[in-house]
Design a protein around this ligand. Structure first.
Ligand SMILES: O=C(O)CCC(=O)C(=O)O
Ligand SMILES: [Fe+2]
Length: 371
């Protein structure tokens, strides 16, 4: 059979995308609504537009082996940390090396701060479409923006989600954050920064390093918040809320409401991460796997689509600045006798470029940097 004619065309915000049979036009038309998947739901869509339909290989299947009962992402209790530090460090080491994920409880972030961040997320996404449209864009230089699928034009199938994105850097003017969630977002950020500092200390100690070791590597100079809104999906069996991926950053802290759907890859199974009231989900990103020489792992995770919603999550990603000149490679002090570095040294900007060129639903670029 002759291959379908394929051309390439320039698309907004991303590189060239192979075009065939009107798919690009559909993507452009969806993007031009500036109303995201919430807009589709509000307009009464009952059949998924084909840009959201994933190939069966990328969807959960009844044939997938169910994870054995009892397999559960570790929950780490931070209460009384001053007296239990060694024990907690041990748990963080175990969780980061075998799961790449853990849930923190008694972490000191007040529940009302987390709830306000989730409700701020909801208030923003439930604004009038014309309000949200004012900040709908895909410009890398914008600190605050709203969009559906940051990888829309490079990925094979779009996810059923909209996102409010905020990059906290020196150039952010807090007034740029939509007023319906400004206060909640700034308070959430402040607490997440403090918690991330503690987590970086625990991770340093778990690697046998000085408490401030990772902090001094400028691994978290940039933090960006993504407030995802996943409306109830009319045909959840055909799509994903978030395709499989590992996070191309150093560390992620995430809170979610009670709908669930997050799964992590562990020992060949997709394991549910059930929402634990008050817990903050922590996961190791690709850069931490690289500098720890695989002592900590950045694992694939995904979010299943559901007929119920809206699912809300607010993730805070910690990463170096993209103009950071440090070349990140395996930390020499942690290499054991005869252990060789598994990765070459890399500029963070080069790493993120590899990720952004492909989008979600693909293997991590980490393999490209192995020695
Ligand atoms: O919404 C979630 O729970 C996960 C989102 C996620 O994995 C991501 O944005 O990287
Ligand atoms: Fe993620």
């Amino acid at each position: 059979m002759a291959a379908a004619a394929t051309t390439t065309a320039a698309v907004p915000g991303n590189g060239p995308h192979p075009v065939s049979d009107g798919r690009l036009e559909e993507l452009l038309a969806f993007d031009a609504t500036k109303a995201g998947v919430k807009g589709l739901v509000d307009s009464g869509t009952t059949e998924l537009p084909r840009i959201f339909i994933h190939s069966p290989d990328d969807l959960p299947s009844p044939k997938d082996a169910a994870a054995p009962a009892g397999l559960q992402v570790p929950i780490i209790d931070l209460s009384g940390l001053a007296h239990r530090r060694e024990e907690v460090v041990g748990r963080v080491r175990e969780a980061s090396s075998s799961w790449g994920f853990f849930q923190l409880v008694n972490h000191g972030v007040p529940p009302d701060i987390v709830e306000a961040a989730l409700q701020g997320n909801r208030r923003f996404h439930e604004l009038e479409p014309s309000e949200k449209a004012k900040i709908y864009n895909r410009e890398a230089r914008m600190n605050v923006k709203y969009l559906s699928n940051n990888d829309l034009f490079v990925t094979r199938a779009a996810n059923w989600r909209d996102t409010l994105y905020c990059c906290f850097g020196a150039s952010l003017n807090p007034q740029e954050i939509p007023s319906v969630c400004r206060e909640a977002t700034l308070a959430y950020d402040e607490h997440m920064v403090r918690l991330a500092e503690l987590v970086f200390e625990l991770l340093s100690e778990a690697l046998g390093l000085r408490r401030d070791y990772l902090k001094r590597l400028n691994l978290s100079s940039t933090r960006s918040m993504t407030a995802h809104y996943y409306p109830a999906c009319p045909q959840p069996e055909l799509t994903m809320c978030t395709s499989r991926h590992s996070d191309p950053i150093c560390l992620t802290l995430l809170v979610e409401n009670a709908f669930g759907g997050l799964q992590v890859r562990h020992k060949g199974y997709w394991v549910d991460v059930p929402p634990v009231p008050g817990a903050i989900v922590v996961n190791v990103g690709d850069l931490l796997q690289l500098i720890s020489n695989d002592k900590f792992i950045s694992v694939e995770h995904r979010v299943l689509a559901s007929g119920q919603g809206p699912r809300l999550s607010v993730a805070m990603f910690f990463a170096p600045n993209t103009d950071e000149k440090t070349l990140y490679g395996p930390i020499e002090e942690i290499l054991l006798d005869a252990e060789v570095p598994k990765y070459r040294r890399v500029l963070y900007a080069d790493y993120i470029k590899c990720f952004s060129g492909r989008g979600f639903g693909r293997d991590s670029p980490l393999k490209q940097f192995t020695l």
